[in-house]
Design a protein around this ligand. Structure first.
Ligand code: ADP
Length: 405
């Protein structure tokens, strides 16, 4: 499948998403929105590390015990070279970089200057940005002539007005320490908003949308005329919606209680809020929505509670974000849960009935397949749609566009 109306890579672009112990990668060629080569190296540096990849229909897996990130990247480039026949056919590498702070409101070409700016932002995302930077530096040393581009999770949200991005803390926390709401999942929100405008034939210069990206991480964004005006994630991806293992919004005093009354260390609190909470913490069963829906159908009361909380908090956030819109044209679901789970969409739209949303149940069941993703009734005050995200392709397209310009 190709997106003829969107700016698309004309040659080969390698997209890299490098984490603290994993490297995910995808190679996009010409205008194809599907990666020709796609893979992931997991548990890097450990005894049970491995890399697995898919080339067309062919799947392969290799043990990479104790291999370092540089060796993993070398393996990835070997695969790219084998597939393309010649590495000079690789136009550029696009990196998913989690945090661009206030410096970056768009993707940037990696230069010494931009690399220095990026390094200065590591304290804002200490678990993610250093890993992104490491991959950029290794590839820069190995292939100095190859263009590299950083595409930021935060950049799309730099258009939020100050009233939306500030916390009501004394100003010094923002001015001296950069404590503000940044928002994340920007690549997905931007891509899905663009697709929605095309598919629902909205006016590109006059529309208001709410995009709900519901995967393991979840966030919702109010988009006005192609720009983010508010979003549910904040200083970190922990704020906002209830997620697979993340708590989302909490009374901040709970953290003090955990520390002072329960004697928990900062590390233990962080682990609890990021890894043990959300759907997993409430259900005591799974962080995976599919498993929870099955457990709920079998009468598991905690799975039921986890789903009820997830949906209620999602609808409450969507209703809250509606205040950022001058007009509410469409609510759009995306991400693994948003694209695949008809029951979650139905429950969420039911909870939003006061806003005049009316679901077409049949279309919802087939994810709007027959109607460009549309799953609402003609009489619905706000249209409701399912639009698949393709963050990696969007990173490739943005990388290609920047390199060409
Ligand atoms: P990530 O944020 O890691 O990219 P995904 O976007 O793939 O994650 O979303 C993962 C979530 O999507 C999981 O909770 C999974 O259960 C859910 N999901 C995938 N398919 C379905 C489905 N058919 N029904 C319900 N949930 C689904």
């Amino acid at each position: 499948m190709t997106h003829p109306n969107s700016q698309a890579p004309a040659a080969a672009v390698l997209v890299i998403n490098s984490g603290s112990s994993s490297v995910k990668y995808a190679l996009f060629e010409n205008q194809n929105t599907h990666a020709s080569l796609q893979g992931a190296a997991e548990r890097i540096g450990t005894a049970d590390a491995f890399i697995q990849w898919k080339l067309g229909e062919q799947q392969q897996k290799l043990n990479t015990a104790h291999a370092k990130v540089a060796e993993i990247l070398e393996l990835v480039f070997e695969q790219v070279k084998n597939h393309l026949g010649d590495l000079s056919l690789l136009t550029a590498v696009g990196h998913r970089v989690v945090h661009g702070g206030e410096h970056f409101s768009a993707p940037c070409l990696i230069t010494d200057d931009n690399l220095a700016k990026l390094s200065s932002l590591s304290h804002l995302a200490p678990l993610h940005n250093p890993a992104n930077l490491q991959a950029i530096e290794i590839i820069g040393q190995q292939y100095p002539k190859l263009a590299q581009v950083a595409v930021f999770d935060t950049a799309f949200h730099q258009s939020m007005p100050e009233k939306a991005f500030r916390y009501a803390l004394p100003n010094a926390f923002y001015r001296q320490h950069g404590i503000r709401r940044y928002g994340f999942h920007g690549t997905s929100h931007q891509f899905v908003a663009g697709q929605t405008v095309e598919k629902l034939q909205l006016d590109p210069s006059q529309h208001g949308l709410i995009v709900a990206h519901l995967g393991n991480g979840c966030s919702a964004t109010a988009v006005v005329n192609g720009q983010s005006r508010d979003t549910s994630m904040g200083f970190t991806p922990l704020e906002g919606l209830m997620m697979g293992t993340r708590s989302g919004d909490l009374d901040p005093s709970i953290l003090l209680f955990m520390q002072q009354q329960l004697g928990m260390s900062p590390e233990a609190i962080s682990h609890c809020l990021n890894k043990e909470s959300g759907l997993l913490g409430i259900s005591e069963y799974s962080n995976d929505m599919r498993s929870l829906l099955q457990a709920q159908a079998q009468g598991n009361p905690l799975a039921q509670l986890a789903i009820d909380m997830f949906v209620y908090r999602l609808a409450k956030t969507i209703a809250g974000l509606a205040v950022a819109l001058p007009q509410f044209d469409a609510l759009v679901f995306t991400g693994g849960i948003g694209e695949n789970s008809a029951p979650i969409r139905e429950l969420c739209v039911q909870q939003l009935h006061l806003l005049g949303l009316k679901l077409d149940r049949e279309q919802n069941l087939c994810h709007g397949q027959d109607q460009q993703g549309l799953i609402s009734q003609a009489s619905s005050r706000v249209r409701v749609a399912v639009i698949a995200t393709n963050e990696e392709w969007h990173i490739a397209a943005q990388t290609q566009a920047l390199v060409q310009s």
